[in-house]
Design a protein around this ligand. Structure first.
Ligand code: ADP
Length: 626
C-alpha cells in the first residue's frame, strides 16, 4: 500500500522526465538539421554571390592585356626591340618611352597594380611603373608561369607575390600576336584585396585557395598564405625557387576537426587562437571558380544554429513539461472531483441512514419512556402498598406485643382489682362501724390503685396508637422508662437486673416508635434470659458525631449462627407459637431505617447478644428549645 503510494509518483516522475528529454532531443535534432539546412542554402547563395564577385573582378581586367595587342607602338616595340636589332645605339628609346607612358596612363585609368609587356624571351620591355626605382623594366620573368602559359598560346592566370617587393597580386597574361606568331606577352597585375574587404564588411568568412591549395584570399587575415592541404617537400622546394609566394613558409592551416559531409560540403572545427580548448564549428561550402583553378570556400558558423537548436530544445522541454503537468493536474482534478462526488454521495447515504436510525431510536425511546412511566406508576403504587402494609405490620406487631403481654397485663390489673374488691368491702364494713379514719385511709389506697390501673391502660392505649409519620422527637430516658413500665409485671416476676448507662438524649424519631423498638429489644433479651441465674441487661449509650448509639446487651443464650443469618427476616422465630411471631426485629429494624438510623446485632461482651440501635440526634438548636 505504502510502497505503491510512493512508487506511483516516482513512475510518473520518471515518465515525465523521459518525455521531456525525448521532446527536447527530437526538437534539438530537428531544429539543428533545419538550421543546418537553411545555413547550407544561405551559404550556397552567398558562395555563389562571392564567386560571382571574384569572377567578375577577374573578368573586369581580362581584356586589358589583349587590348595592348592593338597598340601599334607596343607592337612595333615588340617586333623591333630585339637584341639582334637593337645593336649598340638605342634608337628605340623614344618608342619605349611612349609605350611606357601609354602603359602608365592605362594602368592609372583602369586602377590596376601594374601593366607591362614582355618580349618572347621573357624580358620586360615596358612597364607602367617604369619611373620607379623597383621598376619591372629589364626584368627577366621567363620562368613565371603566366609567361609560360601565354607563350603557349593560352590565357595566363596566376596569383603570386611580387618577386621584388613581395606585394601580392593577381597576374593576367595574354599573348600578343602578329598573325599566328607570338611577338610578346602582355601582363596586367591586379589586386584582389578589396574582395577580402568586402567579405569582412559583409561579415562572411570566405577564402580562396589557389591551385597549390594555398589560401590566397581570406576574410580572416591570419589564414592568409596557409596551406589547406599538405604540400610535399619537393613541391615546397619548387615553390620556394619560383618565388611564387616570395619567401612565405606556407604553414598548414590546422583544424581541430574536419568532416566531409557531402561533395563540396564539410564541417570544420577551428580552435580559438587564445584558448585552444574552445572550438568553433563551421559549415564549409566550396566551389571552383570559373576559368580558374581556384576554389572559393565559405565558412558559416554552426554556433548560432546550435544555440538556436538548444533554445528550441529548452522551449520544447518546457512546453512538454507544462503540457504533461497540465494533463497530470487535470487528471488529479478529475480524480479529486470524483472523490468529492463519491464522498458527498456517501455522506448523503450516511445522513439518510442516520435519519432512519434516529427515527427508529426515537420510536424506541418513546416506547421505553412509556414503559418507564408505567413502571414508575407501578413502583409508586407498590411503594404506597408497601407503606400501607408496613404501617399495618407495625400495628400488627404492636398488637402482637400487647397480645403477648395480655397475660401479665391481666395479672397486673387483677391484683389491684382483687385489692379494690377487698378494700371496698372492708371500707363499707369500717363505715358501718363508724371507723371513719380507717375507711378514709382505705379510700385513699383505692384511689391510688385506680390511678395505677389508669396509668396501665393509658400506656397501653398510647402504645397501640397508630403513628403515621417516621419523623419526630423522642426523649431517650422517657422512652426507656415507658418500655420498662410496660414490661413492669414481667420484670417483677423474673429476676433480671437492668442497668442504665446512658445520658439523656433527644433523638429524631417518633416517641412511640422508639418505645416500640425498646420494648421489642428488652422483651427479646428477657426471653433469652429466662431461667438464667444472675440475669443482666445493660443499656449503654454513646454520642457519635450527629447520631446516637444505644446498645442493649444481655448475658442470655446469645445468637447462634443459624439464628444470626435470619435474624431480621420476617416471621423468623425460635420461640413457641403462643410467645413469638418473628416480627419484632423486622419491625424494629424498619422503624430505625425509616428514621434514618439502623439496627444491627452481634455477640455481647456479657456473653449473650448485643443489639445496637443507631438513630440520628435532633439538631442542637432545636434541642435547646425543648
Ligand atoms: P420473636 O421474638 O417473636 O421470636 P423476634 O423478631 O423479636 O421475634 O426475634 C426473632 C428471634 O431472634 C427470636 O425467636 C430469638 O431466637 C432471637 N433473638 C432475639 N433477641 C434475642 C436475644 N437478645 N438473645 C437471643 N436470641 C434472640
Amino acid at each position: 500500500m505504502i510502497t505503491s503510494r510512493i512508487r506511483k509518483p516516482l513512475v510518473w516522475g520518471g515518465i515525465l522526465v523521459l518525455l521531456v528529454l525525448l521532446c527536447s532531443l527530437v526538437t534539438y535534432r530537428v531544429s539543428y538539421r533545419t538550421g543546418v539546412e537553411s545555413l547550407r542554402e544561405n551559404g550556397n547563395r552567398q558562395l555563389e554571390l562571392h564567386a560571382r564577385g571574384v569572377e567578375s573582378e577577374i573578368e573586369r581586367y581580362i581584356w586589358l592585356p589583349r587590348v595592348l595587342g592593338l597598340h601599334i607602338p607596343t607592337r612595333t616595340l615588340l617586333e623591333g626591340d630585339t637584341p639582334a636589332l637593337r645593336g649598340s645605339s638605342d634608337h628605340f628609346a623614344p618608342l619605349r618611352r611612349e609605350v611606357n607612358e601609354y602603359l602608365e596612363g592605362m594602368n592609372a585609368r583602369s586602377g590596376t597594380l601594374a601593366l607591362y609587356v614582355l618580349d618572347i624571351s621573357g624580358r620586360v620591355l615596358a612597364a607602367s611603373n617604369w619611373r620607379r626605382i623597383d621598376s619591372y623594366v629589364g626584368e627577366d620573368l621567363s620562368t613565371r608561369p603566366y609567361f609560360v602559359e601565354a607563350m603557349n598560346g593560352g590565357q595566363g592566370q596566376f596569383y603570386g607575390l611580387d618577386s621584388l617587393s613581395g606585394e601580392p597580386g593577381y597576374y593576367l597574361s595574354s599573348p600578343l600576336r602578329v598573325g599566328d606568331r607570338i611577338i610578346g606577352v602582355a601582363v596586367v597585375k591586379v589586386k584582389l584585396a578589396q574582395l577580402e574587404h568586402g567579405w569582412r564588411k559583409a561579415n562572411s568568412n570566405a577564402l580562396v585557395t589557389d591551385e597549390n591549395g594555398v589560401i590566397i584570399l581570406a576574410a580572416h587575415p591570419a589564414w592568409y598564405l596557409r596551406a589547406m592541404q599538405p604540400i610535399s617537400a619537393e613541391r615546397r622546394q619548387q615553390l620556394a625557387l619560383s618565388l611564387q609566394y616570395h619567401w612565405a613558409l606556407l604553414p598548414e592551416l590546422s583544424l581541430a576537426e574536419r568532416v566531409a559531409l557531402s561533395p563540396g560540403l564539410e564541417q570544420w572545427g577551428v580552435a580559438d587562437e587564445k584558448n585552444p580548448l574552445r572550438v568553433y564549428r563551421y559549415l564549409v561550402q566550396s566551389r571552383t571558380l570559373n576559368d580558374t583553378r581556384w576554389k572559393l570556400t565559405l565558412l558559416s558558423p554552426l554556433g548560432e544554429v546550435r544555440a538556436a537548436a538548444l533554445t528550441h530544445a529548452l522551449l520544447a522541454a518546457a512546453l512538454a513539461a507544462f503540457v504533461t503537468l497540465l494533463i497530470i493536474a487535470m487528471n488529479e482534478r478529475r480524480k479529486a472531483l470524483a472523490t468529492k462526488l463519491a464522498a458527498r454521495e456517501a455522506l448523503e447515504a450516511a445522513n439518510s441512514e442516520l435519519e432512519r436510525r434516529i427515527t427508529e431510536r426515537t420510536a424506541d425511546l418513546k416506547a421505553s419512556n412509556d414503559r418507564l412511566r408505567a413502571e414508575i406508576r407501578e413502583r409508586e403504587q407498590a411503594e404506597q402498598n408497601l407503606r400501607q402494609t408496613q404501617s399495618e405490620l407495625i400495628q400488627a406487631g404492636k398488637l402482637a406485643v400487647i397480645g403477648q403481654m395480655s397475660t401479665s397485663i391481666a395479672h397486673e390489673l387483677n391484683q389491684p382489682l382483687a385489692a379494690l374488691r377487698t378494700l371496698s368491702g372492708n371500707t363499707v364494713k369500717f363505715l358501718q362501724r363508724g371507723k371513719l379514719d380507717i375507711a378514709s385511709a382505705n379510700l385513699n389506697t383505692i384511689a391510688e390503685l385506680v390511678e395505677r390501673m389508669g396509668k396501665i391502660t393509658a400506656s397501653l392505649r398510647s402504645f397501640a396508637r397508630r403513628s403515621e409519620h417516621a419523623g419526630g422527637r423522642a426523649r431517650l430516658a422517657a422512652a426507656v422508662d415507658a418500655a420498662l413500665f410496660l414490661l413492669h409485671s414481667r420484670l417483677s416476676h423474673e429476676p433480671v437486673l437492668v442497668e442504665q448507662r446512658f445520658a439523656e438524649a433527644e433523638l429524631a424519631i417518633d416517641q412511640t416508635r422508639l418505645e416500640q423498638i425498646l420494648v421489642n429489644l428488652l422483651a427479646n433479651a428477657m426471653d433469652a434470659l429466662q431461667g438464667q441465674p444472675d440475669a443482666r441487661i445493660v443499656l449503654s449509650g454513646q454520642r457519635l458525631e450527629d447520631s446516637y448509639r444505644l446498645a442493649v446487651s444481655d448475658n442470655g443464650s446469645g445468637l447462634p449462627e443459624h439464628v444470626m443469618k435470619h435474624l431480621f427476616e420476617p416471621f423468623f422465630t425460635t420461640k413457641p407459637a403462643e410467645r413469638g411471631l418473628g416480627l419484632g426485629l423486622t419491625l424494629s429494624a424498619s422503624l430505625a431505617a425509616a428514621a434514618g438510623g439502623a439496627l444491627s446485632a452481634g455477640p455481647s461482651a456479657l456473653g449473650g447478644a448485643e443489639f445496637v440501635l443507631i438513630l440520628p440526634l435532633c439538631p442542637e438548636e432545636d434541642a435547646a428549645h425543648v
